[in-house]
Write a protein that binds this ligand. Structure first.
Ligand code: PAF
Length: 285
């Protein structure tokens, strides 16, 4: 496995693979890899000749009061995980390698970034789109793998790829959960033992909502209230948002009569966690 910290060297490696006619699968990450990332790498391993993982904590997607400085980092641990998972190249640039000077041009998500995390984290998706576009231009993959846990990010990247004609197939991958239901996240490492237990309220609230919808409830307000009620039973939880939006434009729905995304963000203590489910097929009552 190769590890490169520069754009120039990564391009040289990738050009050599290209000249041999090899395909490239790309898994962009901010490091501190967990089983969710591993599932993306495994899928990329199955579908491509070469697998590239980027490890870069992208400063421009963090707001001024967010956890950029404390975000967990451990390149040696990540290197071992990637090696064991059969990764061919880690691209781990420094901030100055990626942003030698302040950008004068960014990519923005418009309506898709208006709600959910976009409403709560100003500039977040501008930072995500810009870095992912840069990474696509550096790695030039055939396929790029994104987890459905970051559902809004996935929808925006899919749209960006289409709108800006990136020649890459975006491959969505299912959320990976701990055995007790907690969605895997690098930020779970912030949780104390008590908070880790309290964090189960996210998946619990979503599963109650899913059961209600499966039982025929179609009123989004009823679903919203049920999720709110369940989360409020947990003293350590503070709701950041609960959203029930259409799966295409991510705008709120009142009646669930089309594919929807049910997404929540909840603070457990100081840690902000997100979780969601997509409802892709909606039967009439
Ligand atoms: O999902 C993430 O880890 C990040 O948002 C990404 C896609 C690597 C961009 O920095």
């Amino acid at each position: 496995m190769l590890v490169s910290t520069t754009i120039k060297e990564s391009r040289r490696i990738i050009e050599a693979w290209r000249s041999e006619g090899l395909t490239i699968g790309f898994v962009p990450t901010m490091g501190y890899l967990h089983d969710g990332h591993k599932s993306l790498i495994e899928r990329a391993r199955l579908e491509n000749d070469k697998v590239v993982v980027s490890i870069f904590v992208n400063p421009i997607q963090f707001g001024p009061n967010e956890d950029l400085t404390t975000y967990p980092r451990d390149l040696e641990r990540d290197r071992q995980i990637c090696e064991a998972a059969g990764v061919d190249l880690i691209f781990a640039p420094s901030v100055t390698e990626m942003y030698p000077e302040k950008n004068l041009v960014y990519i923005d998500a418009l309506i898709l970034g208006d709600r959910l995390c976009g409403a709560k984290r100003e500039g977040h998706f501008r930072g995500v789109c810009t870095v992912v576009a840069k990474l696509f231009n550096i790695i030039t993959p055939e396929r790029a793998y994104f987890g459905e846990k970051d559902a809004q990010q996935l929808a925006i990247i899919e749209q960006m790829t289409k709108d800006l004609n990136f020649d890459v197939q975006i491959v969505p991958c299912p959320i990976v959960r701990e055995p007790d239901g907690l969605a895997m996240s690098s930020r779970n490492t912030y949780l104390s033992t008590g908070e880790r237990q309290a964090a189960l309220i996210l998946s619990k609230a979503l599963s109650v909502a899913k059961n209600l919808i499966n039982a025929g409830e179609r009123n989004a307000k009823v679903i919203y209230q049920k999720i709110e009620e369940v989360i409020k039973t947990e003293a350590l939880a503070r709701i950041d948002y609960i959203e029930i939006v259409d799966a295409k434009l991510l705008q709120p729905v009142t009646i669930i009569d089309q594919p929807v995304l049910v997404a929540i963000a909840v603070f457990i203590g100081k840690t902000r966690l997100i979780d969601n489910f997509f409802l892709r097929e909606v039967s009439s009552r």
